[in-house]
Design a protein around this ligand. Structure first.
Ligand SMILES: CC(C)(COP(=O)(O)OP(=O)(O)OC[C@H]1O[C@@H](n2cnc3c(N)ncnc32)[C@H](O)[C@@H]1OP(=O)(O)O)[C@@H](O)C(=O)NCCC(=O)NCCS
Length: 178
């Protein structure tokens, strides 16, 4: 969920604990879905209007079971990646599989297909951002060959999200061999 006034994130545990005022903006706390349908639509439309978009859906004949989307990384929007990844890099923005269909290889299939299309577009690598505590996504991305991006300026030695609210968000890269 998120605060209606300032948009700060409230995790599952926090939502269960009644609070009168927002932890960030201190306004009276009114929460709404972190990702509403409208938010998702706006995000998708904006993503697909970038250079070299990719959008894949997995459908089992009864409906959507997974998706991934991304686009050529707009480095001006990711200053922490400037000079660390190539300009011809695709940014895999989202990947998800329906809860009941997970751990059956669908995430891998979507990821492999994404890498293939990015290569056909002439991209030299694929980059993404994920929470390093997310066992499922880290396992998927390691399996797909993603590695840490070294950063000598960061005490942890790798590129992380500069936003202190998302300290565990790590950036990963996967080179695409010609
Ligand atoms: C991350 C996600 C897309 C993985 O999809 P999936 O279809 O389950 O992935 P796969 O079945 O192809 O699994 C890929 C590898 O990850 C491992 N894995 C998947 N889920 C795991 C989990 N919960 N714990 C540990 N390993 C896991 C699998 O075992 C597999 O490795 P293996 O082949 O060596 O056994 C899915 O868990 C998901 O939708 N999560 C919620 C959304 C999300 O977190 N997206 C990533 C945001 S950056």
């Amino acid at each position: 969920m998120k605060c209606c006034s300032c948009g700060v994130n409230y995790g599952k545990r926090e939502v269960g604990m009644p609070k009168r005022n927002c932890k960030q903006c201190a306004n009276p706390l009114v929460l709404r879905e972190f990702w509403s349908f409208g938010d998702i639509e706006t995000d998708l439309v904006s993503g697909l209007s970038q250079k070299n978009p990719i959008a894949l859906v997995a459908d089992n004949g009864k409906g959507l079971v997974g998706f991934t989307w991304g686009y050529q990384v707009p480095l001006e929007k990711f200053p922490c990646l400037a000079g660390k990844v190539q300009e011809e890099a695709s940014y895999m923005d989202e990947v998800a599989v329906r809860r009941t269909r997970r751990q059956k290889g669908m995430g891998t299939a979507l990821g492999v297909q994404y890498l293939e299309i990015a290569k056909q577009q002439g991209m030299l690598e694929v980059v993404l951002r994920t929470d390093e505590r997310n066992k499922a996504s880290m396992s998927l991305f390691r399996k797909l060959g993603f590695t840490d991006i070294p950063d000598s300026n960061n005490p942890r030695g790798k590129v992380y999200d500069p936003d202190p609210e998302y300290q565990n968000r790590i950036y990963l890269r996967r080179e695409l061999t010609r």
